[in-house]
Design a protein around this ligand. Structure first.
Ligand code: AMP
Length: 370
C-alpha cells in the first residue's frame, strides 16, 4: 500500500523523529537525509545517508518525494536552492535559512520589519569589539554570527578588559555584540503558515533557560500584558510574509515589562513547542507536515501544560510515569553530558495542578542531570 504523500526531512535528530512520528497517522511517510545511518529519526523513517554537500546523494534522496523540509537551521541554503533548482519543492525556502543562520542578518531583518531587539553591533575584529563596547556599554554578550545554538558560541562580557580574551576565545570569527537585556522572562511564539498563506499561531509560551539551554516551558504563558499576544502575532506575520514562509516558525522573545524584544527565530519546529504534542489541539509537528504539504492547518488551542527537558540522562522512568499527567518522550539517543535526550510533558485540569506535577518531574530531573 502506498502512502498518501511522502515528505523528505533534511536531518534525523529528535525534531526529524517527532516530525516523522506525527506524519504517520496522516498517511504520510517520511524519508530522512542525514550523514549518520543510525540517527534517532531512523526508528520512524528510512534514512538516506549523505552529506548536504553531496549533490548526487541529495538527488537520489529527492526522487519520489512530494515535498522536502528540514529539522535544523544550519542546513546550507545552497543545498535547498540546489533541490529547488532541480525541480523539487522545498519548504521553508533558502531566504528563511540565510536570514536565521546569521545573527547579524537576523537582527537587521527584525529591525527592518519594525520588530524591536536589544541594541546590537557588528564585530569583525578585536578593534571592532572595543568600538562596539564603547557604543553599547556593558554588560553585553558577544555571539558568533553563525553556527551558535543553545548558548554555544557566546560569551558574557562584564569588563572592557575581557575583550582581549573574548575575541580569540570565540575563534576570531565574525560576531555581533548585544547589550544584555534585563528581562522579566523569555517567551516564544510558534506560528505556522500554509502554502495558501493561511496562518495560525499558538499562544505565547514561557521558557526558562539555564546556561543558554531550555529547561522547561509553560503553555500558555500566564499573566501576559494586554495586547502582547496580538503584538507578537502581528510581528510574526510580517516575518512570515517577508520570507514567503511555509511551515512552523518559532520566534524567541525577551519580555521586558509590557514590551517584547525579539531575540532570535528558528525556521523549523522548536523545543519550546514540544508541549503541543499533548498540550495543543494539533501539535507543531503535525501542523508543519500539513503546512509543507499544502494541507489545511489544524487548530492551535492549548490546554494547561508544561514541558521539561531531559538533559544528559533520563531519570527513572517508573518515577516519571508515576506523576499524574506526565508523558515521557525518549529520543533514543546515547547519553552524553548536557545532551537533549528526551522531554516530559505534563498536563492536568488547571495550571496550578500542572505546575505542582511539573515540580515533581523537575525534582527528578534535577536529581540526575549531568
Ligand atoms: P540565544 O542562543 O541567542 O538564544 O541565547 C541563549 C540564551 O542566552 C537566551 O535564551 C537567553 O536566556 C540568554 N541571552 C542571549 N542573549 C541575551 C541578551 N542579549 N541579554 C540577556 N540574555 C541573553
Amino acid at each position: 500500500m502506498g502512502a498518501e504523500a511522502r515528505v523528505g526531512i533534511l536531518g534525523g535528530g529528535q525534531l526529524g523523529r517527532m516530525l516523522a512520528q506525527a506524519a504517520l497517522p496522516l498517511g504520510v511517510d517520511c524519508v530522512v537525509y542525514d550523514d549518520a545511518h543510525d540517527s534517532c529519526a531512523a526508528a520512524y523513517a528510512p534514512v538516506v545517508q549523505g552529506s548536504l554537500a553531496d549533490r548526487e546523494a541529495l538527488e537520489r534522496f529527492a526522487v519520489g518525494l512530494d515535498v522536502i523540509t528540514f529539522e535544523f537551521e544550519n542546513v546550507p541554503a545552497e543545498a535547498v536552492q540546489f533541490l529547488r533548482d532541480t525541480g523539487h519543492l522545498v519548504h521553508p525556502g533558502p531566504l528563511a535559512l540565510t536570514t536565521a543562520q546569521d545573527r547579524w542578518n537576523e537582527k537587521r531583518f527584525f529591525r527592518d520589519h519594525g520588530i524591536r531587539t536589544t541594541p546590537f553591533a557588528k564585530v569583525d575584529d578585536e578593534a571592532g569589539l572595543q568600538e562596539a563596547i564603547a557604543q553599547l556599554g556593558l554588560p553585553a554578550v558577544l555571539k558568533a554570527r553563525r553556527l551558535g545554538y543553545d548558548g554555544k558560541g557566546q560569551l558574557y562580557l562584564a569588563h572592557p578588559e575581557q575583550a582581549e580574551v573574548a575575541w580569540p576565545a570565540l575563534g576570531g570569527v565574525p560576531c555581533i555584540l548585544e547589550k544584555v537585556v534585563t528581562f522579566d522572562r523569555e517567551v516564544s511564539l510558534l506560528s505556522v503558515r500554509g502554502r495558501s498563506g493561511e496562518v495560525r499561531h499558538y499562544p505565547l509560551v514561557e521558557n526558562r533557560h539555564a546556561g543558554g539551554v531550555l529547561r522547561w516551558s509553560q503553555a500558555p504563558a500566564l499573566g501576559l500584558p494586554d495586547g502582547m499576544q496580538q503584538r507578537a502575532e502581528a510581528a510574526a506575520e510580517r516575518v512570515l510574509e517577508a520570507l514567503d514562509y511555509v511551515g512552523v516558525l518559532a520566534i524567541e522573545w525577551f519580555q521586558v515589562g509590557d514590551d517584547l524584544l525579539a531575540n532570535e527565530m528558528a525556521p523549523r519546529v522548536h523545543n519550546s513547542g514540544h508541549f503541543s504534542i499533548e498540550g495543543a489541539a494539533t501539535s507543531q509537528f503535525e501542523n508543519h507536515i500539513r503546512a509543507v504539504l499544502g494541507w489545511p492547518l489544524g487548530e492551535t488551542e492549548v490546554s494547561p501544560c508544561m514541558m521539561v527537558n531531559l538533559l544528559g540522562q533520563i531519570p527513572d522512568r517508573g518515577q516519571i510515569l508515576s506523576v499524574p499527567g506526565a508523558r515521557l518522550h525518549d529520543y533514543a539517543k546515547a547519553p552524553r553530558q548536557g545532551r537533549k535526550l528526551g522531554h516530559v510533558t505534563i498536563t492536568g485540569p488547571d495550571m496550578p495542578t500542572v505546575a505542582e506535577r511539573a515540580r515533581r518531574v523537575r525534582a527528578l530531573v534535577e536529581g540526575t542531570e549531568s
